[in-house]
Design a protein around this ligand. Structure first.
Ligand code: SAM
Length: 292
């Protein structure tokens, strides 16, 4: 990931979420404000990505898109709905428990920090400079009278490993904090993730909660693993972590993040299929983990 790059993986997460939530069954899982946030995000993506906003309104285009996506990487589409849906449940659980500050690493086009800013929480997003600028402009243009999250423009580099959390940031070290890493650690090496986790641990005086996704690529059949990695590479990004679920849990626990909730693709699929009537599967090897 380069500092001056618009993340296409982040853009396609927003596009897929927007496309699927044209369907009432998926739309009903989220508040109207969330649906309208992604509608605006996709409409304002740079050309030609913004064309998806127009074309995905047509049911025949959506059917074609779903068919081709399921052929290449089954479960990729529904996993987007799943991560947005279950991360909201986990964050709600934590805020009900007194957590009052939210830091979203590699926030992309996600709406959660903006959503919680409206509720009076202090929220921060971190992303590479071009993404941070795009998000800042987007929020200013579309939500001029709303509270915005504090957007930290920073490209985290493996060689220069310091997190921009120091005394110059407004992140309070003594507040009960939720760290969200949704589709973020996968793009960094094991050593880099370990360094970030250990710095987070040291920075906060109250142990922060962590909500993170994980993709255990070893659980995918070879050709789907290839599709996943190639798809990411084609848009100029790279999956670097490559940990199986036990290795990832160990990486977290070595840095004192002890997992107390783990949700796997099967239970998410069963729940969402029951709630929405969809027959789509969820990507094998996809996990959501929480530590607090
Ligand atoms: C797959 S996207 C996920 C976006 C968002 N979290 C979501 O799930 O909708 C990964 C995000 O991490 C950001 N990112 C990747 N590597 C980064 C780095 N080294 N430093 C800062 N941000 C990075 C990208 O710009 C992108 O927005």
């Amino acid at each position: 990931m380069k500092p001056n790059q618009l993340s296409k993986t982040a853009a396609f997460i927003a596009i897929k979420f927007y496309g699927l939530t044209r369907l009432p069954s998926f739309q009903s899982l989220f508040e109207d404000s969330v649906i309208s946030f992604y509608d605006r995000v996709v409409q304002r993506l740079p050309f030609p990505l913004n064309y998806y906003h127009y074309w995905l309104k047509y049911s025949w285009v959506r059917k074609l898109y779903i068919w081709s996506e399921e052929l290449l990487l089954p479960g990729d589409l529904l996993h987007i709905i799943a991560r947005k849906y279950y991360i909201r449940q986990l964050v709600k659980e934590l805020t009900d428990d007194g957590y009052e500050q939210i830091v979203v690493l590699g926030a992309g086009f996600d709406d959660l920090a903006f959503h919680y800013s409206q509720k009076g929480f202090s929220c921060f997003e971190l992303d590479v400079p071009l993404m941070a600028k795009h998000k800042e402009n987007f929020l200013t243009a579309n939500y001029p009278d709303s509270r915005h999250p504090d957007i930290i423009s920073s490209h985290l580099r493996e060689k220069q490993q310091l997190l921009p959390f120091g005394p110059n940031s407004n992140i309070y070290a003594d507040r009960k904090t939720i760290i969200i890493a949704e589709g973020f650690f996968d793009y960094l090496s094991v050593n880099h993730v370990a360094s970030i986790l250990s710095q987070i641990r040291q920075y906060f005086s109250n142990s922060p909660a962590l909500v993170t996704t994980h993709f255990a690529l070893d659980e995918l059949p070879l050709h789907h693993r290839w599709s996943f990695k190639t798809g990411v590479k084609t848009v100029g990004e790279e999956l670097k972590l490559n940990n199986n679920i036990n290795e990832f849990r160990k990486l977290l626990s070595n840095n004192e993040f002890i997992i107390n909730k783990q949700i796997d693709h099967k239970s998410m699929a069963a729940d969402l299929q029951q709630k929405t009537g969809t027959e789509l599967p969820i990507l094998k090897g996809f996990y959501l983990l929480m530590s607090k």
